[in-house]
Structures are given as structure tokens and as C-alpha cells.
Design a binder for this molecule. Sequence first.
Ligand code: SER
Length: 313
Amino acid sequence: MQKPILIIGACGQIGTELTMELRNKYGADKVIASDIREGNDTLMASGPFELLDATNYAAIEDVVMHYEIDEVYLMAAMLSATAEKFPMRAWNLNMNSLFNVLNLAKENKISKIFWPSSIAVFGPNTPKENTAQSTIMEPSTVYGISKQSGERWCEYYFKKFGVDVRSVRYPGLISWKTMPGGGTTDYAVEIYHEALEKGSYQSFLDKGTKLPMMYMDDAIRATIQLMESPAEQLTVRSSYNLGSMSFTPDDVAKSIKKHIPGFEISYAPDFRQKIADSWPSSIDDTQAKKDWDWKPEFDLDQTTSEMLTNLKK
Ligand code: SER
């Protein structure tokens, strides 16, 4: 039987859908949602919720003890674009929250952790195409530096203290239920909203900026699949490369035009262009495929259909 799970950062873009999926799977009372703010009505009505600051060790420990939590999914983080504006706040949130859950596991108060990393761990000197699991990593953003450091600490806690921590490097995530906040890949969500509302979109990334991307259903499936895999199958305890599709703003526009022929896109790259230019264009996720059978399902046109159909409702 599934022991209680705590989601920290349950009201964000990934957390909302992850919480709902885990509740469907294991039962609402087995999945405790938490965040520093309340989430959407569907999430709030679906099961237990605690207001929780991810940087407060004692507060997390209280919730863990109260609900006899066994697994923690730590989804709270400041993303790439916002982190460039508030470097110290980003470092504080992204690192201290991770240490809090790693230390809870080290003290045997919880037994399993999921912590997301990102394609942002790579940098301008990383080979861009089919970027390998292990390669040059010299991240040039605050967010990337925090995720790269986090990966090192995860592996360290696994090797030194036997902490069962699992992680994937998410690509840009596309979803319709909850808006992303403060990321460089957010254009790929905004574009669908504005295609329906205005019939046009001004992209903050340039026409040919190719980035690794993924539809949320694939990301949630990957996350749960990794968490359910037998520990002995996992050979990566920093974070797994996770691939699905790669596309440019121009590709998304063409895909949208198949549904909305009059859709128009224009380009006005801002500070986020430089962040995007430092990231890979495509990802080699052979190791995830080999170790835990990872297989993506959604391509760009399927993603476009899902996005437009669901947002129209
Ligand atoms: N989607 C994230 C961002 O753009 C990358 O992990 O910041």
C-alpha cells in the first residue's frame, strides 16, 4: 500500500498536475499538497492542503511527522528568467529547499525524494545537438547554477548517506491547466493562449531558437515512472536527461496555423534570448530509456491539438 506523499510546491505548473495524478492513482488522502500560496479551486477541493514555506526546515518536518510522510516531491523553485532578476532569492529558495528534504531523508524521516533538475544545467560550451547525459556543464544562469549544484548534492547524499533521491532534467514544459511562471520556455505556453484570444503572438525568443520541449502528460508520466522504478535499476543519481521533441517558435506557429490559418507571429527577443541560446537544442535520453523504460508520446502537432482543444473549453 502507498504510504503518504508530500508535494512541496503543489500549486505551480508541474505541481498542480502531479498532485492530481498522484491523487487519482493512490487516493486523495495519501497525497498532501503544500505551497506558500493556495492553488486553483480544483486542486484545493481535491484533498488535504498545507501552507508551507519550502525554506523552513522545522515547518516541513512538522508536516512530515503529522501525516507520517514517506515520500517528498519537491517542486518549489524559482525559474530561469525570474532568477536572473533575484539571484540571491533564487539561490536561497532553490538550494535551501533541497537541503531541507535531503536532510530529512538523511535522518530517516522520509525514505524517497523526487527533485526536478532542468536542461538549464547545460551551458554555452555544451554540445548543442543530442546533448549527452554526461558532458561539459558550465551553466551561465543563476537557475542553471542552482540546478547543477543541486544535482551534485543529490548524488553526494545518495553515495554518502544512501538517500534515495531521484531526478530528471525537464525540458520546457507545455500545459494548459496552470500557467508556468518566470521561465525562458514559457513562450511555448503563452503562444497558444494568445493564438485563441488574439490570433497573434509576439515571441520573446527568436524565430529559429530550437529548444527541447515536452507536453505535460509526458512529464508527469516520466516523473511517476521514475519514482516507481526499483532502486537497483537506477544508474544516475544526479539527474536523468529526459527528451521528447525539439522545436522553434516558427515550428509552433506553423503547427498552430494548421488549426488557425490566420494566426500571425512576430519576434521581439528580450533578455531571455541569451538564456535560451545557452541551452541545448536537443537531448540524448538513452540512459532514461535503458534504466526505466522512458518513452515519450506527444509530438508537436499532438501537443498543439491538445492545447487548443482544452484551452478553447
Ligand atoms: N522551463 C524552465 C525555464 O525556462 C527550464 O527548466 O526556466
